[in-house]
Design a protein around this ligand. Sequence first.
Ligand code: K7E
Ligand code: CUA
Length: 734
Amino acid sequence: MRQLRWQAAAALAAAGIGLAAGSAWSAAESLQDVLKRRGLSQQDLLSAAKTYVPTGKRDEFVTFSSGGQSGQIIVYGVPSMRILKYIAVFTPEPWQGYGYDANSKAVLDQGKIDGKDITWGDTHHPAISETNGEYDGQFLFINDKANPRLAVIDLRDFETKQIVVNPIYKSEHGGAFVTPNSEYVIEAAQYPAPLENKKFFPLEQMNEKYRGGVTYWKFDRKEGRIDTKASFSFELPPYWQDLSDAGKGPSDGWAFTNSFCSERYVGGIEKGRPPYEAGCSAKDTDYLHVMNWKKAAELVKAGKAKKINGHDVIPIEVAVKEGILFLIPEPKSPHGVDVTPDGKFIIVAGKLDTHVSVYSFEKIQAAIKAGKFESKDPYGIPVIGMKDALQHQVQLGLGPLHTQYDSKACLAYTSLYVDSQVAKWNFCEGKVVDKISVHYNIGHLMTMEGDSTKPAGRYLVALNKLAIDRFVPVGPLHPQNHQLIDISNDKMQLLYDMPLPLGEPHYAVAIAAEKLKPAVRYKVGTDSRTDKPHPGAVKAGEEKTVRKGNKVEVFATLIRSHITPETIEVDVGDDVVIHLTNLERAQDETHGFTVSTYNTHASIEPGKTVTVKFKADKEGVYPYYCTEFCSALHLEMMGYLLVKPKGWKATKTTLDKGTYTEAEYKATVKKVADTQAIIDSVVAYITSVNYKDFPDVVAMVEDAFDQLGKTKGLKEKHEAFAAKKDWENANLWA
Ligand code: K7E
Ligand code: CUA
């Protein structure tokens, strides 16, 4: 067996995958040596070759994973599984200044509930904006289950732009899911509660006073924001609404939300009642909610909704009367509901049932048209018979949760929580074609662009709930385990284990990297959180400090390697507002800003303007500095905040007389001339070739000339000081 393995490795090497034969390698370890030393199999080698992204190369796909309880989003590449970024969403994030500067704080403040800060989120489902059912790479949405909220991230700069608080729920889960042109972002409630704010009803009034619902947040693509005024909700019975999905193609205009605990069970284990887990899984079926959101939007426009907490809600009886709300039984306690890429079928995974149920949209519509209902639920909602809506049920294994799709027609992948497996199956023919074991207990799974009308296939990521023994132990709290699986062949192949050390990610979405076109800089003076010109922005030379009463407002700029101004003098008790504009045009020339002990931080990317605010409530000397290592003189990119005691007066000091000599000045002038000669030769070369064909080079050249332009007048300045024999100023200006 072992012999065979080595022969296979040798065959691979001979096929050009290995480099053992190269003469340059003869002295170093051969591929076989490394395989032997590290105990790697041929299969390992193949997996490595499929996932390794060499230095300087990039990934084919970009994944946006929920960051779970961290309230953030994790961005990583596929197939390398290299983490690229954390996007701060519901939680303060110091590196990005999120929650530490005034502009991002304004976004977090939108997420306040009843006037109180909520500084964490339980993120579950990210969704990428779609155009005609395909991922367009423009926006990203994610929900917060714990504090029912939804956030909008702009993929032009990967920044959170908006947080909306659900006006009627106390918890939610079935969001974010988008309609095929991102007209609406769906957010379904989870645990029923009274919809009116701050209303109390005892649990005994569950049936009468508690409600669930589904909210349709209207997305204004031009503004890049949710239009809360144009958003609306369906009032729904106190079934525990769960995951949702929007129809597409033939089912566009409709949406589907499943539920569990349609028993409307009220627990109370401390009162001797059976627990929720028992009472909520007593019946054999729960309900799939079928909603016509297009017609609902028209009804809301026509004034058929009622206002609850100032938000448009379509009452159950209106939805029933208008024929836009139906129920279909689904096997008990289902979890995921996933519309097929062609929009013809709706696949519901059983959780407590070994089957997935494939519902036919055509059959559902036929039943609705024929008025063929088996019953009404206690709230008068027509119930379509399960057999009238089902295409077929397929037995997959224990604990089916979520389904994703392949680029090849009819192929789906369903996660099996209890079996710790992924089942690959054919939803047209209703048969299992392959299974693979994962480690361990998989929740969601995700294929490339797997929610869209055109899944890209290739890879699947299993988002496993338990890691147990997969990684080097780091204490009782384990990292999560995202496992990459190759789905390009008939048999699935496990490629890679990635530990994710941030929250419990529930779901992830992946898009072809080439569809993302993020900017590298802002238009100078932009408030990135509003996308509008920042009123505190200034250009080079316009920096100023303005005092009004006890408010000191500083209009500052940053560029390698100085902050202007370099001294800020205030009196103790003053309110200090510092607007910071990064004047850089060069890619990746971010500056950071902090003031010692005043708990403030900003990340100022090229062109951005950010405001930091604080009360200078303690006298003393507080250095401020740039926190990003931006140049060789980064450590010198600093200044002092002087918080003067009441009634303080300046006196003469030793600093008033200089320390430099004429010889030092002359040496500096020579250094400047030598540097200029090098710059001239570089400029001569660049302008002699077709550099204008390369936008990145053009941007760098513009930036360089911009910086050079700022040195204008400095020659005259140092020469004038030299003429006066002021070697201190002459040397420093030189
Ligand atoms: Cu299955 Cu919140 Cu989508 Cu967790 S959810 S797994
Ligand atoms: Cu700017 Cu360091």
